[in-house]
Design a protein around this ligand. Structure first.
Ligand code: HSE
Length: 405
């Protein structure tokens, strides 16, 4: 039998305990032995919980318990979680986590520490919730050189954008609706400003390309500037607007960024709606593979945490080769050099647009009725488009168009 501890009894922590109990027989079979939750670290009291005897109030009770060999860190945030993770690894306990912030910021250090102590640090739940995507990169498609990853990595913003598309609402109204439905947090900053998607593309990129990509190396734009008018113009041009995290290999470097994109309605990813996530990975042997499913939520996320617990139990005396090397400036490329077609909404006239951009495709239908126009450019790099916009065509909105590169 393996004794496990859970740090934090919030949504994911309580979900993990639920999955471990509900599927106990199957989990024992897959782990090769019984998996028992011995302790749950939580400052709140749950006097009516069937697990009330397992709750402990100090981390030291878990740190010093030699019977516990696997710990699930599902506290969230960085400060406490980072301290506890380091101490568990140093105490010879494997750690599994859903905490994308900590993996994106400190993954290399923690993976190294796990290696030095002969234990594992696993993080399947940190990207895409219940969607298997970390292991597929590390194992199933590991014979490929990966050229590109792009995906809808945040459920809250995808819900907001889907509502704006479907109902024609403005961003603020769709955000309020998402908050009322419990999808968006009271403080939605990390989601709507793109920080959450940034952390997730950092993790996927580090794993796929082999060196730690840090959040500060990933230019990030969220969805707050997208208007109902943009949604209409995009639809007229045959696209939907989605927030994507994207990274692409350029030689030995990686260009990664987060921002709104127009996606052709012919592309499967444009049909990933509501709180669902979708990730496309392009390998040089496999071609494009797509992963789709619930990117957040109690049981989907717990499904991935519990699977990592099983893997940690199975590999108690062996290292899982899931991780990456040290990062640094020499591995990060500037995404502004990537070429694509662009969507621009502006209030200058069509003649001027044609003079500066040549052959463009205007969103028809809106021209006679709105004070702004929107159009699709040919291929150009971010640097060129920025120069044109700064000098001649002030953009009210400027988004990349996926696929036209
Ligand atoms: N806030 C995140 C989302 C939760 O909306 O996708 C899952 O990481």
């Amino acid at each position: 039998m393996t004794e496990v501890a859970i740090l934090g009894y919030g949504v994911v922590g309580s979900g993990t305990v639920e999955v471990l109990e509900k599927n106990a027989a199957r989990i024992s079979k897959n782990a090769g032995q019984r998996v028992n939750v011995k302790s749950i670290l939580e400052i709140r009291d749950f006097p009516d919980s069937p697990h009330k005897d397992k709750f402990v109030k100090t981390f030291e009770e878990i740190e010093n318990d030699d019977d516990i060999s696997v710990v699930a860190e599902v506290i969230g945030g960085v400060d406490l979680a980072l301290d506890y993770t380091r101490r568990c690894l140093k105490a010879g306990k494997s750690v599994v986590t859903s905490n994308k912030e900590i993996v994106a910021k400190h993954g290399y250090e923690l993976l190294k520490l796990a290696g030095e102590n002969g234990v594992n640090y696993l993080f399947e739940a940190s990207v895409g919730g219940g969607i298997p995507v970390v292991r597929p990169i590390a194992q199933c498609i590991s014979a490929n050189r990966i050229n590109e990853i792009y995906g809808i990595l945040n459920g809250t913003t995808n819900y907001i954008l889907s509502e704006m598309t479907k109902k024609g609402t403005e961003f603020e109204d769709a955000l309020k609706d998402a908050q009322q439905k419990g999808y968006a947090e009271a403080d939605p900053t990390a989601d709507i400003e793109g920080h959450d998607a940034c952390r997730k593309i950092c993790i996927l990129s580090s794993l796929a390309f082999g060196h730690h990509i840090y959040p500060e190396q990933v230019p990030t734009r969220g969805i707050t500037a997208i208007t109902a008018e943009d949604m209409n113009f995009a639809a007229e041009l045959g696209y939907k607007i989605k927030l994507l995290g994207r990274s692409r290999a350029i030689g030995d470097k990686v260009a990664a960024y987060v921002g709104p994109h127009l996606i052709s309605q012919d592309n499967l990813l444009s049909h990933v709606d509501g709180v669902m996530n979708g990730v496309v990975i392009r390998g040089n042997a496999v071609g494009d593979v797509m992963f789709y499913g619930a990117g957040a939520g109690k049981l989907p996320t717990a499904s991935a945490v519990a699977a990592d617990i099983i893997d940690a139990v199975k590999h108690r005396y062996a290292r899982k080769l899931i991780g990456w090397g040290e990062g640094g400036e020499e591995y990060a490329a500037d995404p502004m050099q990537l070429e694509s077609a662009w969507y621009i909404r502006t209030n200058v006239d069509r003649e001027k647009v044609r003079r500066e951009f040549g052959d463009v495709i205007f969103a028809e239908g809106a021209f006679d009725t709105k004070s702004t126009i929107a159009f699709k450019t040919g291929y150009m790099s971010g640097n060129i488009i920025k120069d044109l916009i700064d000098r001649e065509i002030p953009a009210l909105s400027l988004f990349r168009i996926l696929g036209d590169y």
